[in-house]
Design a protein around this ligand. Sequence first.
Ligand SMILES: NC(=O)NCCC(=O)O
Ligand SMILES: [Zn+2]
Ligand SMILES: [Zn+2]
Length: 465
Amino acid sequence: MSRTVIRGGLVITAADETHADVLIEDGRVVAVAAAGSDYAQGWTATETIDATGKYVIPGGVDAHTHMDFPFGGTFSSDTFETGTRAAAWGGTTTLVDFAVQTRGHALREGLDQWHAKADAQCAIDYGFHMILSDVNEHTLKEMDLLVEEGITSFKLFMAYPGVMYSDDGQILRAMQRTADNGALTMMHAENGIAIDVLVEQALAAGRSDPRYHGEVRKVVLEAEATHRAIQLARVAGAPLYVVHVSADEAVAELAAARDKDLPVFGETCPQYLFLSTDNLAEPDFGGAKYVCSTPLRPREHQEVLWRGLRTNDLQVVSTDHCPFCFVGQKELGRGDFSKIPNGMPGVEHRMDLLHQAVLDGHISRRRWIELAAAAPARMFGLYPKKGTIAPGSDADIVLYDPTAEHTLSVDTHHMNVDYSAYEGKRITGQVETVLSRGETVLRRREFTGRAGHGQYTPRGVCQYL
Ligand SMILES: NC(=O)NCCC(=O)O
Ligand SMILES: [Zn+2]
Ligand SMILES: [Zn+2]
């Protein structure tokens, strides 16, 4: 039997902050007790980790990643091996990635492909959502089977006509199915039909630079789609989780729905909190690095997103990690912004950026842990196995140094992508040591993990319902 004790740190969960010692046996937390108490002093262990001066926090749960994801004729540049390793470096110990149904093919086929991509490759634990690209009678039946296998959330797209887009009828049918099988609908809420008209008009007028990606994907088209998704979910009697919320008016739609006690939830991502249309306007095609959908918005939206995170109108911060190298991938859209693969890297930086937000006064320390670990675990049926430090939980634990200073850069990150979206950003606070089910995968900033340690983790249903 392996026994590890973490002594002397400040244990922070979404509910509590206490100076406590943590006892781990065979990969699970078995006890948390006041630091230095007689009880904790009596613990014997094969390994003792000194956490004096450190935060002891649950490993992050990133509920929105795209490893090896097909988009615009290419694939996102992190594999499950490189992406989960980078996640571990950044203090994330669980991720939920999106398996993709290809049009004309079964969900099962897409899910099998994703298992094959991830199997024996991951440094940390992982689960899957399923992207529905083709809602039909067969797909709807398959959804029930997937729920039984722990795929309890399905993403639908109101954007990307002809690729992953679903029309309102398909969306309603899929939502009705989730009302019966207990799954959660995740929505990419943008009016893709209207956006495609604006794309065509922009290109015809010679507006081809990356910044036009942001201009055609208008705030009102995100807000309209968010509103429509909420109404369709009401008709279906189903819960709804809106992914990558970027716009103030979309937050207002979510807030209005929640004020009516509707089971509607929202996620935002660090790129919308820290970056803006200024980045999309960077010269020499540099804006392409920041092309993602929903798009980056003018700076004023950031304060509304932060407020939403404080008031719980937004519940989760995920990364939507979907990296494409600048050279050879983002460059596919030189001369036509609509051909720039959509997505940005970030899986490594979420915990740090949110800790910086604590220091900058946007959120509290406990809210940091809630947004990055506890809430995504609850939202996607993983709590309390993941997302907290409590007896019975997996020992997915991060020792975080709140005073270490560092600079985010392509030269030091571990993601497989040739630029950093946060190049030069100074951060106070850094992940020092990471345990995944009790195994040390990062020890004092040296990677000690291995591909294949991470296990597929079937999920239960949303725990907010
Ligand atoms: N977000 C993004 O631009 N790319 C990934 C696919 C998606 O989440 O819509
Ligand atoms: Zn999306
Ligand atoms: Zn995404």
